[in-house]
Design a protein around this ligand. Structure first.
Ligand code: GLY
Length: 400
């Protein structure tokens, strides 16, 4: 995969070239105020059902709704309480009933304005209402901009007899358009920025993998990101815009090469799950805290992924695929993000492995993890040896 050149400032457009499901991801300032005309360009219907994250400042959503109205859209709105615990079938059902009341037809869009939870649920509603209606994603968190809004994964969590399973129910449903308005990041806490930065570090660790040859040093994006982490955490909008456009381009390349994560080899879209099998196993443990402060429990998704990246790096080392210096560089990067990199109160290895075995990436009862294998490269490893998984878990654990 060719690492995309760092784009220039002001309105970056990344095209996700998926044949008849192709769309643009537009990244720039004040894009929510252009929501109306940009949506009108990509959909036929003029009744919009807007699903809004209840955390958003009213001024942001007011601008977006005014723009839709002035482009001739009739609007109905619903809000979503943006927490993982609300990413449920019940929320989906409530929204489907609300959309049905508006009598939207198949050409009328659903528009999601918010973070990853809002986008995932709204995307699932769009995928299922009338067997699929257009959706426009307006991600307002860094994590949703660089990851959740791009690539068409939609869905909700499900409580099962063995616990809560993340994203167990869902559908692939590509958006008609993604508008990432960098201005919406101004209201984001450093903690939320950091959660998105974890997904950016992940992209840096895999960017040189995949089809084609790596261009230049394979860890260029990883190093670029690590060198700027402090400024990015402070919310430097120009840097954030550059970061988002570059990360969307990296993600888009993986999505285009393997839209439905069907590649059975050691690569493909599954590489985007680096850090996620370890991360998902610890994400739903309620008392874990990212920085030793009990008030900050539980972990946010991006924080769990950051710890998962450390685990994956050391699992790669235990496999003999990733050298120790590089694994240490991943730990240092996570610490630069303001995380501890080792967690207090992790359950036993057995309990974590058990949770990993319930991950939806398990196939045929076989665990699959992604490990970094070199500068900017990674691989899927099927049925990793137990000591490799334990080495990953141990890398997240505080030593006594
Ligand atoms: N977040 C991983 C993917 O979209 O495939």
């Amino acid at each position: 995969m060719k690492i995309p050149a760092m784009p220039e400032r002001s309105h970056h457009v990344v095209h996700v070239g998926l044949a008849d499901r192709a769309y643009d991801v537009v990244v720039g300032e004040q894009l929510l105020t252009e929501l109306g005309p940009r949506t009108a360009d990509v959909v036929r219907g003029r009744r919009a059902f807007v699903i809004v994250d209840d955390n958003l400042p009213k001024a942001l959503t007011d601008g977006a709704l005014a723009s839709l109205e002035s482009s001739g859209f009739t609007i109905a709105t619903a809000s979503v309480k943006a927490s993982e615990s609300n990413k449920t079938i019940d929320t989906t059902a409530r929204l489907l009933h609300a959309v049905a009341q508006t009598r939207q037809d198949r050409d009328d869009p659903i528009i999601a304005i918010g973070g990853g939870v809002t986008g995932d649920v709204a995307g699932f509603v769009a995928a299922t209402y009338r067997r699929g209606v257009p959706i426009v994603h307006c991600p307002t968190t860094l994590l949703a901009m660089v990851d959740a809004s791009v690539g068409g994964k939609t869905g909700v969590n499900l409580m099962t007899p063995t616990g809560l399973k993340k994203n167990l129910v869902g559908a692939f449903w590509q958006p008609a358009l993604v508008l990432a308005d960098v201005a919406s990041l101004a209201s984001l806490s450093e903690r939320h920025l950091r959660a998105g930065l974890a997904e950016c570090l992940k992209h840096g660790l895999i960017a040189a993998s995949g089809p084609g040859q790596p261009a230049g040093p394979g860890d260029e994006l990883f190093r670029w990101t690590v060198e700027r982490l402090i400024k990015l955490r402070m919310g430097d909008s120009e840097l954030l815009e550059e970061l988002i456009a570059t990360n969307v381009a990296v993600k888009a390349a993986f999505v285009v090469s393997d839209e439905r994560e069907e590649s059975r080899g050691t690569g493909g879209r599954a590489l985007l799950n680096l850090g996620h099998t370890f991360g998902h196993a610890i994400e739903t443990i309620p008392h874990l805290t990212p920085d030793g402060r009990p008030d900050n429990a539980p972990l946010h998704h991006g924080e769990a992924v950051a710890f998962g990246l450390v685990a994956a790096a050391y699992a790669g080392e235990a496999l003999g695929r990733f050298d120790g210096t590089q694994a240490e560089a991943v730990r240092v990067a996570v610490e630069r993000m303001g995380l501890e990199s080792r967690l207090m109160g992790l359950p036993s290895d057995e309990a974590i492995v058990e949770a990993m075995m319930h991950d939806k990436k398990v196939r045929g009862g076989r665990l699959r993890i992604v490990v970094p294998t070199g500068p900017g490269t990674a691989e899927v490893v099927e049925s990793p040896p137990e000591d490799v998984v334990r080495a990953g878990i141990d890398a997240m654990r505080i030593r006594r």
